[in-house]
Design a protein around this ligand. Structure first.
Ligand code: NAP
Length: 297
């Protein structure tokens, strides 16, 4: 795919300025695609990665329509494949000489409950949503330290509030939140900002891409069938009023470009409402103010 030339950008205060490379995962659809477009519009040289680059057409067409095709470069990266992570980062550094930001966006949902799904389903959810984030973040950190860059990770309100029939997904997102909250003060000590972004329902292929066969799942749900049916009904309604992809992407791009972002960012009022049922520390600053001083004498 073509290499971005970068545009003459506005310079964000604090963090890196546009015209510099940001790597985004899972840009074939949804929030990742919208974030790639938003980053390119903001002037970033956008390394839009996806596990199957044959799916790049939608992104490239939208980029051309929006006049930002010259700022978007599509690279292959499967977050569960260490080789593609290493190859992609090597290519970015060889071509651009630096990496200023990473957006961990790729993720995959899964519907089920402990008794109805296999242990391997939990492992799969952890591989994509958690270990994929850990693997890429570890590999990117030396470059982000060099650029004094940022790691922005898309988690979910489901990374704070456990949601019924989302046990593997929420467990993985909780793990990502814990990983990033622990990493943030350590990364800050070496000049790298870390933030998590928590959307509520966003109108994406996230639900359809789970390839759910609702009647079959309910038929096989035994005593869980009525609860599962109610869950499916609710989800259908929730996604009718879901946030748009562009609206969910906007705070991610803002977190890349502006002043040092808050540790925790909700993308909508609905997301804040859900998360605040559990969190007193809505933007994560109280925890960061608690732990950052542990690393200074
Ligand atoms: N939509 C929502 O309501 C919602 C709410 C809260 C949080 N989120 C989070 O937002 C993020 C983006 O999801 P979305 O809503 O935009 O859904 P989406 O349209 O299904 O996008 C998910 C993206 O992740 C990619 N992906 C999946 N497995 C991957 C892997 N192993 N390596 C690299 N890429 C992989 C998908 O690629 P393929 O096209 O190849 O499958 C796709 O590009 C996820 O982290 C999700 O958990 C979504």
């Amino acid at each position: 795919m073509r290499a971005g030339q970068g545009g003459v950008g506005l310079c964000g205060e604090g963090g890196a300025g546009p015209d510099q490379p940001v790597l985004i995962t899972g840009t074939s659809s949804g929030i990742g695609l919208a974030t790639a477009l938003g980053a390119a519009r903001a002037g970033w040289t956008t390394i839009a990665t996806m596990r199957d680059t044959a799916k790049a057409e939608a992104l490239l067409k939208a980029a051309a329509d929006q006049g930002v095709a010259d700022r978007i470069q599509v690279n292959r990266l499967d977050v569960v494949d260490a080789e593609t992570i290493a190859t992609c980062l090597d290519e970015v550094i060889a071509e651009h000489g630096r990496l200023d930001a990473l957006v961990n966006n790729a993720g995959a949902g899964q519907v089920g409950t402990a008794e109805l799904i296999e242990l391997d389903d939990f492992r799969t959810a952890m591989e994509v949503n958690f270990f994929g984030v850990v693997a890429l973040t570890r590999a990117a950190l030396p470059h982000l330290r060099a650029s004094q860059g940022r790691v922005i990770t898309v988690t979910s309100v489901g990374g704070i509030v456990g949601q019924p029939f989302n046990e593997p997904y929420c467990a993985a997102k909780f793990a990502v939140e814990g990983f990033m909250e622990s990493l943030a003060p350590v990364a800050a000590a070496v000049g790298v900002d870390v933030a998590v972004v928590e959307p509520a329902a966003v109108a994406c292929e996230f639900v359809t891409s789970m390839s759910l066969d609702r009647p079959a799942m309910i038929a096989e749900a035994g005593p869980y069938a009525p609860a599962l049916e109610a869950y499916f009904d609710r989800i259908q309604n929730v996604f009718v009023t879901a946030q748009s992809q562009a609206a969910a992407a906007a705070p991610i791009v803002e977190a890349l470009t502006g002043d040092r972002p808050a540790f925790r960012i909700q993308t909508s009022e609905r997301a804040r409402e859900v998360v605040s049922t559990k969190l007193a520390d809505l933007d994560g600053s109280a925890v960061q103010n608690l732990t950052r001083p542990w690393l200074t004498n």
